[in-house]
Design a protein. Sequence first.
Length: 516
Amino acid sequence: MLLSLFLFLPMAEVLWYLTSPAENWEHLRDTVLGRYLKGSAILVIGTAGLSLLLGVSTAWLVACCEFPGRRFFEWALILPLAIPTYIAAFAYFDLIDRLTPLLIWVRTNISPEAMTWLSDTMVYPVTTVVLAAVLYPYVYLVARAAFSGQGSRFAEAAQTLGHGPQSVFWYVALPLARPAIIGGLALVIMETLNDYGAVKHFGVPTFTTGIFRTWVSMGDLPGALRLAACLMVLILFLLLLEKWLRFGAKFHKTSPSDRPFQRYPLGQAKAGLAILCCLVPLLIGFALPLSRLAYWASLTAGKVLDATFLKLTLNSIGVATMTGLATVMIALFLAFTARYFGSQAAGATNRLAILGYAVPGAVIAMGVLLVARQVTQATGWILTGSLMVLVLCYVIRFLAVAWQPIDAGMERNCAQLNQASQTLGATPARSLFQVNIPLLRNALFAGGLFVFVDTMKELPLTLILRPAEFETLSTKTYDLVFQSQIPESSVPALCIILVSLLPVIWLNRQMHAAEQ
């Protein structure tokens, strides 16, 4: 319980600033708070809606329809997950510029005010498309697993009542998959609110850009903390809304006697539409960004690849490895303690500790800085600017990524064996090392792997807390873009993508094995 509360402390520190005075808060509230709330809301609604459309439609086609190329799209549609949002935005850096002729025509033939309005408005659909193109796999993965696991009983019952494939989708398959889809959609929303690089690049006013602007540009830390606290309240509201939307809904499990879902064969015309539907998000979210980055890298690799590049690559791999190991160890300890001793209090504090994944990295970084400052005032120890604080912040941010598979595996595989070991007089430590860890090898590996990749991709948190002269692949990519060296930024960006592809491929293999 103490460890969980300690991990929740930085988030509690930020929430506390809702009641603390901020000298310029009234000015921020009257001038920019509405813009940040509006920008964040438009981006969340647009990205979530488009991700829902792309993820659910492609998942239904792949899981429940038979058409040429289905097996290829089954695994290929996950690939955009390997591209961080800010790298996708950098790859499409000139998308807004291509609208310049249209803007000039509007200014000449209509009015300068119309051109300004159109310029300010177009950034939202462009940013929405870029974000949704790389975030829709969160919805696709859970929807595909839900559709594949429903079996044939309900579909066959609907067909005997005269329902066709379209009707089965709307009235049977989609309602059964609703809990999973809402969970995937929640991840898309959290990733959208956490994004800094893409929204900063396209100039969209959101809470995250507002926090950086208020803190770094204006030097107003209390105002930035108040903005961060408002963002946390918004996120907690969204989490409660997700729980309410999933209230009473349960995941449907196929019984052992149920046959797998019999896919609907598509005719030539419908098969062509299905291929197009699957191909468009794959092109926008993976193929086009990757090809542009690869082309730029072939032109600029000679300038970027040097001894310093090797150093920042080792920095990224080293800090991601430390974070992965530390996070898995802490997640294993928390999940095992709560389940072995059956402690509801420990389980409740575990839920507080894993809230970090729902909170933007910039907010967690600010909370950690507050805690570090209080420790410095009390003890004289200077903690800020150290690698230890950076790793701690990563652990808080990504604890849920490791905790979820470990806790689920423990509930599924270890609960009865832990009870048996208790009756045989085995100590908790012996049960942990001789029963739980051997049975949870895959879950431990999966959790550590995904934490490793998330750490490699994380940008806002790293920008705030990195030690002096400490660069990673993500910060180097951002710094080069900030210096208008976008072609040069393709080399570290490609390294991040290549590292991220490994767990994506592994995840697809695990899902494919589970669906067989």
